[in-house]
Design a protein around this ligand. Structure first.
Ligand SMILES: C[S@@+](CC[C@H](N)C(=O)[O-])C[C@H]1O[C@@H](n2cnc3c(N)ncnc32)[C@H](O)[C@@H]1O
Length: 200
């Protein structure tokens, strides 16, 4: 498949990295494309993914990050450690309150950025999804000519929580977070740990 709605948002996600950040964790990192971008920005980057095949492919691609195969909820993440945690198209594979585990691992001033998915449930959702539907249809036609990638990441569809449910739960669990609707069935949830960033 040529079109990738998650990779499209990598530049937007990189903009959420706080100034002076040194450490990063990419949760549900898949084959490591975003983890490698973070490492390329000079961050000490870890990637974690529950799926053995994709972690193997990530490791084979090299590029700087360290990878672990694990369910992030079973890991003992260090408290108050990461300056940036990303979660790209993976939160809907887990219980939503996994964001509390991630919040605990954020250093003071650190940022959690979730590129999440929601199903088309309301008229507004359908309008936001229209460009994605057209692109997918075109992509299906074109991809008959393109070979499939060697490793496929696991997919969960439809995502279990609507946009309205995501808004309510993120306000409850991460007060002060912001949520915005993006094109292609996606949202961006950003939470900044409140205390001042501890530099030096
Ligand atoms: C749709 S893929 C997205 C992968 C990657 N972030 C990307 O943008 O290509 C979701 C990933 O989350 C991983 N995942 C699902 N549940 C997980 C968990 N509890 N802990 C760690 N990774 C998980 C899956 O194995 C899968 O690779």
């Amino acid at each position: 498949m040529a079109v990738n709605f998650n990779d499209h948002y990598h530049p937007l996600l990189l903009k959420q990295v706080p100034e002076g950040a040194l450490t990063a964790l990419d949760v549900g990192c898949g084959t490591g494309r975003f983890a490698r971008l973070l490492a390329g920005q000079g961050l000490d980057t870890e990637g974690v993914d529950a799926h053995a095949d994709v972690i193997e492919a990530a490791q084979a691609s090299g590029g700087g990050p360290r990878y672990r195969q694990a369910d992030v909820n079973q890991l003992q993440l260090p408290d108050a450690h990461y300056d940036f945690i990303s979660c790209i198209a993976s939160l809907h594979h887990m219980p939503f309150d996994s964001i509390l585990t991630l919040r605990k691992a954020l250093a003071p001033g650190g940022v959690l950025a979730v590129l999440g998915l929601y199903p088309a449930d309301t008229a507004t959702d359908f309008v936001s999804a229209l460009p994605a539907m057209c692109l997918l249809r075109a992509d299906r036609l074109l991809s008959r000519r393109n070979p499939a990638p060697p490793v496929q990441v696991p997919i969960v569809w439809p995502p279990p929580m609507t946009y309205a449910e995501t808004r309510a739960e993120s306000a409850r669990l991460l007060p002060g977070s912001t949520l915005r609707r993006l094109l292609f069935w996606r949202y961006l949830l950003v939470y900044r740990a409140t205390e001042a960033y501890a530099s030096g």
